[in-house]
Design a binder for this molecule. Sequence first.
Ligand SMILES: [Zn+2]
Length: 335
Amino acid sequence: MLKIDMHTHIIPKNLPDWSKEFGYDGFIRLDHHKSSWARMMQGDQFFREINHNCWDPEVRIKEYDRFNTHVQVVCTIPVLFAYFAQPEHGLKVAKFLNDDLSNLVNKYPKKYIGLGTLPMQAPEMAVEELYRIKKNGLVGVQIGSNINNKNLNEPEFFPIWEACEKLGLSVLVHPWNMMGKEHMSRYWLPWLVGMPAETSRAMCSMIFGGIFEKFPLLRINFCHASGSFLSTLGRIEHGFNCRPDLVAIDNNHNPKKYCGQFWVDCITHDPEMLNYVLKMQGSKRVTLGSDYPFPLGDLEIGEFINKMQLEENLVEDIFCNSTLEWLNLKKEDYL
Ligand SMILES: [Zn+2]
């Protein structure tokens, strides 16, 4: 059975020193301090130590062979989104990352599928970059759950959704820049509490802002099985019903209507939760993702699903059919 992991992160082995080039901080640089390892640095601040499986395509393919996974959908690490930067600098960073991904997918067309990055702080430039992304062989984009704390329903982003629809490019919404992170630095809370909340923030903003009504052809996937969205959907629906004056001001459709219109990945680490997600979404809207190569991901690439004794056609939907439909790709091209 074809297995496609649609949520994995990759980074070029060598990054320019953008802070030096542009004259201000915030950009990530890599310090290759020992063989096969690098430190991601933000100015003088250490962010994370990474291994060569973060940049070496051959190392990654070997690791994926161990879990019978054939194809990796790759995108950058969200901390590399340069939304804070001046627009032309943000565009330069995005182009660098997108060109690196294009080279990768053109070299390994059966092993890698690429999702680009956009300068979301400058929607006109982002639209231009979408055309280049399409031309260079990427099939969609990964964007953050908020853009410098602006929500994804803001009208300034409409031209981006419109261009994605027109070009047939898919979207992965990834949590980042977690709300409240400055108040919960202990216990990894930004990752454990903030990230699921961020994804729900993105989904509620898009639903209540009517984005799925205005752009019905958009194909959007939300990370980590929708974060806390699906598990709190009862509350969200009740809020919509009991206070329409607050909630239903831009879209009068019940939020539950949209389950099964968008996609979510399967990263739940919990069979019971995945069963619930499957019930809410249907198997054709749940995709195999891992968050490889990071430790909070499912680094056995869906092995827990094999143990759930689901019907084979459901497993096949999760392992490949849903992702192929989300990205509008043909199975034959990966066999
Ligand atoms: Zn991720």
